[in-house]
Design a protein around this ligand. Sequence first.
Ligand SMILES: *Cc1c(COP(=O)(O)O)cnc(C)c1O
Length: 429
Amino acid sequence: MKYYSLNKNASKVSFKEAVIQGLAPDKGLYFPENIIPLDGDFFKNIENLSNETIALETIKQFVGDAIPETVLKQIIAETLCFDFPLVEVEKNIYSLELFHGPTMAFKDVGARFMARCLAYFNKDKADSKNTVLVATSGDTGGAVASGFLGVAGVDVVILYPSGKVSDIQERQLTTLGQNITALEVDGVFDDCQDMVKKAFLDEDLHHKNLTSANSINIARWLPQMFYFFFAYKALKKYNLPITVSCPSGNFGNICAGIMAKRLGLPIAHFVASTNVNDTVPRFLEDGNYDPKPSKATISNAMDVGNPSNFIRIQELYHNDLGEFEKDFSSFTFSDDATTAAMKAIYKTNGYIAEPHGAVGYLGLKKQLKTVDENIGIFLETAHPIKFLDIVEPILGVTLAVPQQIESVLGKEKKSLKIGSYAELKDFLR
Ligand SMILES: *Cc1c(COP(=O)(O)O)cnc(C)c1O
């Protein structure tokens, strides 16, 4: 399988090269040259297949011969070391809980898969390491730190804005040690992101083999297809059309869901639910893609003004509004609506949704009003404890601390403070 750059001004590369480079030399995102649907028997038998077998069948064609099947199986087994429960919160409305991994956000899946692919590609290079450089506003950093911890041949450097991430998020970044270094930047998220971009373009740092670990990297993006198949496996018996709503920020997760459909997965409709950062809902109204600076909300992992993966979705729909209309909608919701939904879900069903999941729920309900009986799934992308400062006061509850979080709370924070690009460069050299 080859990958081409969506800027169409770079050579095609293998899975291995695409993973190592992250972004193509022309700054385009990589996209698979072919998407070959799985055969009908796979879907006929899916309820008898293990999650690991399903994952292998779905990702195989995208990896090609870059990783031998025995190794790929091992990578999948280590990636899927936790459950993906579907919880029925009201009749025919399910929460697909993607937060049972080590850092309690769905990003664990992509981060664990990508880390192990890189480790395999590095296994014979005793003295040349890859450096994963990533800027985070919260969840990405924790998932990347945990996913890459102890992975041979890879150093991880995470930049985060000082004082702008939650206590739990900061501890997930700063307490692991080993091959993980946290740089605490005197600035905001955009400053961290700017420094990372500068480093990627800096000739003096070329020998460091810098790689990104955001969802622009195909090895972080594609494994997110897996859990759409797991959800179908569980709900197939009801024999109803399925609508899925993804709370969306950079649109990597929902883009993986659409890829799953292109592999033949019977999902009737996708809803990309956003907070007030509504670039995509506005695009669907008039076909004009007009990104705006991001606005801060209570669902802050989705505070994205220019979603990096939307270009992949445009490719899948040939950028044609008529094609989008068939199975893709996108709706925007305010913080007030999100808060009201969290309260209503809790009061009526006793289910605690955090703000991102609640935005997903709202989009799902809105879409389902327009169709006959469907099964609806919203993705619950993080555990409520990760947003406890928001969830506890809104719902008037005290959340129990899960073991994954408990284990980082007692550990000592270790970070290096930096204030400028020169300091980052010095550190990397
Ligand atoms: C990253 C994140 C999202 C957004 O996912 P995208 O793939 O960027 O659309 C949603 N919810 C949570 C909790 C996240 O951490």
